[in-house]
Design a binder for this molecule. Structure first.
Ligand code: PRP
Ligand code: URA
Length: 207
């Protein structure tokens, strides 16, 4: 199963505010950050750990430390709305960027920027993009990450459409998708319904 629906009640509550057309960018940004924390917590649940010991003021305490390199890759620009939260969860992660833009009339995504840290083959890679609509941006982004050697890739999104989930699952069955919700459908201009509109515009107050 590559699809993980994070049906946490707090995530469901936040989604209502994100979807509400009356929500202003300041609140939208805060909610995008909060829901991303929950997604990141879930998507890091199975990270490898190693035994470690520290000295408390009283005695030795044994525990587990994260035992892998992590890279977070926001898909510009909407993915930036999730980045700080994911870095709160994995603060030692390095950060790559992919710039991807959907053509407004065809909804086909094209890449305009990419920059990655070295040795993605040794890392768990979290690609973060809040909207999974047709899946075109996600598949192109994952293609790029795999060309750079990444093979443990997880996709974090905030609203997914069934079409996008199917497209990613078909092209990249090894990639795990974490989302709090899979919506009903895409409309004729490939926006998610009911969705929340254009995430980047709502995050940054552009139209
Ligand atoms: C949005 C969103 C995804 C993409 C999803 O970005 O952030 O990247 O659309 O659509 P898809 O699954 O059909 O490819 P957009 O191209 O609007 O760019 P932006 O983030 O700069 O607003
Ligand atoms: N991108 C968005 O921001 N929203 C959608 O519904 C689809 C793509």
């Amino acid at each position: 199963m590559s699809l993980h629906v994070v049906s946490h009640p707090i995530a469901q509550d936040i989604l209502l505010t994100l979807r509400d057309k009356r929500t202003h960018p300041d609140t939208f940004r805060a909610m995008a950050r909060r829901i991303s924390l929950l997604l990141a917590a879930e998507a890091t649940r199975d990270l490898p750990t190693r035994a470690a010991t520290v000295e408390t003021p009283l005695a030795s305490a044994s525990g587990r430390a994260i035992d892998t390199d992590i890279v977070v890759v926001p898909v510009l620009r909407a993915g930036l709305g999730m980045l700080e939260a994911v870095l709160d969860v994995v603060p030692t992660a390095r950060v790559g960027h992919i710039g991807m833009q959907r053509d407004e009339s065809t909804a086909i995504a094209s890449q305009y920027y990419a920059k990655f840290p070295a040795r993605l083959d040794r890392c768990v890679v979290y690609m973060i993009d809040p909207m999974l609509a047709t899946g075109g941006s996600a598949v192109a982004g994952i293609d790029l990450l795999k060309q750079q050697g990444a093979h443990d890739i997880r996709l974090l999104c905030i609203v997914a459409a069934p079409e996008g989930v199917r497209t990613v699952e078909h092209a990249h069955p090894d990639v795990r998708i974490y989302t709090p919700v899979v919506d009903e459908r895409l409309n004729d201009v490939k926006f998610i319904v009911p969705g929340l509109g254009d995430f980047g515009d709502r995050l940054f107050g552009t139209e």
